[in-house]
Design a protein around this ligand. Structure first.
Ligand SMILES: *[C@@H]1O[C@H](CO)[C@@H](O)[C@H](O)[C@H]1NC(C)=O
Ligand SMILES: *[C@@H]1O[C@H](CO)[C@@H](O)[C@H](O)[C@H]1NC(C)=O
Ligand SMILES: *[C@@H]1O[C@H](CO)[C@@H](O)[C@H](O)[C@H]1NC(C)=O
Ligand SMILES: *[C@@H]1O[C@H](CO)[C@@H](O)[C@H](O)[C@H]1NC(C)=O
Ligand SMILES: *[C@@H]1O[C@H](CO)[C@@H](O)[C@H](O)[C@H]1NC(C)=O
Length: 308
C-alpha cells in the first residue's frame, strides 16, 4: 500500500497525461479500453481515473456520472442488460460497508452457433450516482465472444469496470493470456474489501478499496483490478449484457448457476437481502434466485435453448 501511495503521489506531479484511445468497439458501439492487470481505478466526484499498476495515470473518464449536463438522457439504457441485484443494508458509519462478495460457478456448455455475439455474465458491485442511476459496475465476468483484443468463440474470464453513461468498458488483461475458461471448470470469483482509507491523491475524503478477481488454484492466471471508491458500494449482484445474440443457439446451451455465494458486510452477514430482477426478458434469459440467504446465495440463469 505504501508503495502504491508513493507512485500515486508521483502520478499527481506528472505533467503529461497521454490519454488512452479505445482498443475496440463492440457491435453496438460501446468503447472497450484495455488496461494491464493490477490497474487501479479511482472514482472521485464525477470522474473515473484509471492508473496503470506502476501508478501512471492512463486516462480520466470525465463526467462518468452523467453530471456533464448537455441536457441529454442520463443513461442510454441498453435493451440487452439484465440484472439480479440486492441493495446493501449498510449503516451510515464510515466503516459500515461491504466486506466481500464471493461465489463460484461452473462454465456452462457453449453456444452452438457463433456470429460474433458478445456476452458478459458479470458478478460484482454497483455504485450509483446522486440521482440513483448506475455510475459504475465493477466486477468479474464470464465472457463469451470477443472483440479483436480479447476473447473469441470460447469462454474467457474477464475483469471489468463498466461506465454505462459513457457506453464504456474498462477491461483488465494479462499479457500472453487468453484468459480462456474450459467447459465444466469450477471458477471462484470475489470482490473483497482491502481497506478504508482516509484520503488518497490529496483528496481529504474516505475511500473504499476493493480487489476484484478470480480465486482458487488458477486464480493467478486471470487479471485483477483494484478500485478506490469515494462512495461505498450500494448494490451487489449480477449484470448480464448480451450483444448480437440473434437466436437461441447463440446462447449457452445449459444453465449458468452461481453457488456458495456469500455477501458479507464489515458488521457481519446481513440477516436477509432483498433480491430484485430486472431486464431478464430483454436479455432473453430466465433469472431465478434459488436461494437468497446472504450466507449461501444461489442464482440460476436459464437460456432460451434450454426449452427447445
Ligand atoms: C507504466 O505503465 C504504463 C502502462 O503499462 C507504461 O506505458 C509506462 O511506460 C510505465 N511507466 C514507467 C515509468 O514504467
Ligand atoms: C473506523 O475506522 C477508523 C480507521 O479508519 C478507526 O479509527 C475507527 O476506530 C473505526 N471505527 C469503528 C467503529 O470500528
Ligand atoms: C471472500 O474471498 C476473499 C478473497 O479470496 C477472502 O479473503 C474472504 O475470506 C472470502 N470471504 C468469505 C466470506 O468467504
Ligand atoms: C509474452 O510473450 C512474449 C513473446 O513470447 C515474451 O517476450 C514476453 O516476455 C511474455 N511476457 C510475459 C509477461 O510473460
Ligand atoms: C479533512 O476533513 C475533516 C472533516 O471534514 C477535517 O476535520 C480535517 O481537518 C481535514 N483535514 C485536512 C488535512 O484538510
Amino acid at each position: 500500500m505504501m508503495r502504491f501511495l508513493q507512485v500515486f503521489a508521483a502520478a499527481l506531479v506528472a505533467t503529461v497525461v497521454s490519454a488512452l484511445e479505445p482498443t475496440a468497439y463492440t457491435a453496438s458501439g460501446k468503447a472497450i479500453y484495455t488496461t494491464p492487470s493490477g490497474s487501479r481505478i479511482v472514482k472521485h466526484g464525477s470522474n473515473v481515473n484509471l492508473y496503470a499498476p506502476n501508478g501512471t495515470l492512463l486516462h480520466v473518464f470525465e463526467n462518468a456520472d452523467g453530471s456533464g449536463g448537455g441536457g441529454g438522457p442520463l443513461r442510454r439504457q441498453s435493451t440487452s442488460v439484465g440484472q439480479i441485484f440486492a441493495p446493501l443494508p449498510v449503516g451510515t458509519g464510515a466503516n459500515d460497508t461491504l466486506q466481500s462478495f464471493n461465489g463460484t460457478f461452473v462454465v456452462p456448455p457453449p453456444p452452438t452457433t457463433f456470429e460474433s455475439q458478445l456476452m458478459f455474465f458479470g458478478f460484482g458491485y454497483t455504485d450509483l450516482t446522486d440521482t440513483g442511476e448506475v455510475y459504475t459496475f465493477t466486477g468479474v465476468a464470464l465472457q463469451y465472444g470477443g472483440s479483436n483484443v480479447q476473447g473469441g468463440s470460447f469462454y474467457s474470464g474477464a475483469i471489468f469496470a463498466e461506465i454505462p453513461v459513457l457506453d464504456t468498458y474498462i477491461l483488465a488483461s494479462l499479457p500472453n493470456s487468453t484468459e480462456q475458461l474450459n467447459i465444466g471448470d469450477t471458477v471462484s470469483v470475489y470482490v473483497a474489501l482491502q481497506g478504508i482509507l482516509d484520503g488518497i491523491l490529496g483528496i481529504n475524503d474516505t475511500f473504499y478499496e476493493y480487489f476484484t478477481g478470480f480465486s482458487g488454484p488458477n486464480g493467478d492466471q486471470f487479471p485483477t483490478l483494484q478500485s478506490y471508491d469515494e462512495d461505498k458500494p450500494q448494490i451487489v449482484g449480477w449484470r448480464v449484457e448480451v450483444e448480437g445474440a440473434e437466436q437461441p443457439s447463440d446462447y449457452p446451451t445449459g444453465p449458468l448457476v452461481f453457488k456458495d455465494v456469500t455477501v458479507e458486510l464489515t458488521t457481519g452477514f446481513p440477516s436477509e437481502l432483498n433480491w430484485e430482477i430486472e431486464g431478464d426478458s430483454a436479455a432473453d434469459i430466465d433469472f431465478e434466485v434459488v436461494n437468497g440467504d446472504p450466507t449461501d446465495v444461489e442464482i440460476k440463469m436459464t437460456f432460451p435453448d434450454a426449452s427447445s
